[in-house]
Design a protein around this ligand. Structure first.
Ligand SMILES: [Zn+2]
Length: 218
């Protein structure tokens, strides 16, 4: 599976583009102005259109670029149902738009649920895992080659997502990370910071340990 990594600068979330017969983008970064990243996306798509734009959760630093990317490169936007509802409404509170002093335009979003499988073509697929805690409808995407796109649920080097934002819940986050820590993950592609090409499971176990280190034992 060929994964292109577009690093989020500043507060912006990372963008991942999976090459294939049906190219899929995971998260879109903060910026509605995509001039800086468009050439990189164009090269990766090599004349193809995007098939799907999947948003790991509703926060503006992950979804702000979605409408512009859809307009330029095509693709249907997807998110878990609760996240999708907030995005269809353009809810300034739970998307974090107001907190960051920006706005969010309502967008058309299709619903995803736990267990949905997204076909990438060429034998590749992504499975939707609902991993609430950072937001109540956040997802991770598990690829069939043992890679995990983890949004803001876990980061490399033991990082965990915030749980103090609207719809966040630390007990749900703990449960979600416990589930992820059971998986034989090789590559970990988080929503912020650097991805890890190997030892993904070790990074997730570190995240579980650091969350428990905050004194949260479920
Ligand atoms: Zn977030």
């Amino acid at each position: 599976m060929m994964v292109h990594f577009i690093e989020g600068g500043g507060f912006s979330g990372n963008i991942y583009l999976i090459e294939g017969t049906h190219p899929v983008m995971i998260d879109t970064g903060w910026d509605a102005n995509i001039d800086k990243i468009a050439p990189q996306i164009e090269r990766a798509l090599d004349g193809k259109k995007l098939d799907k734009i999947i948003l790991t959760h509703r926060h503006v630093d992950h979804v702000g670029g979605a409408l512009a990317i859809k307009e330029h490169f095509g693709g249907t936007i997807y998110a878990q149902k609760k996240e999708a509802e907030a995005l269809r409404e353009g809810d300034p509170e739970s998307t974090g738009a107001r907190m960051f002093g920006t706005r969010i335009k309502p967008m058309e979003v299709e619903d995803l649920k736990d267990g949905d499988v997204i076909d990438l073509g060429d034998g590749g697929s992504l499975k939707v895992m609902e991993t609430p805690g950072h937001t109540n409808g956040g997802i991770c995407l598990l690829d069939n080659e043992d890679g995990l796109f983890s949004g803001d649920t876990v980061f490399t080097e033991g990082g965990v997502g915030r749980w103090d934002l609207p719809t966040g819940d630390v007990q749900m986050l703990l449960k979600s990370i416990e589930t992820l820590a059971e998986l034989p993950i090789v590559s970990l592609y988080p929503g912020h910071g650097m991805p890890a090409e190997k030892d993904g499971a070790r990074h997730i176990k570190l995240s579980l340990r650091s969350l428990k280190g905050y004194g949260i034992y479920g």
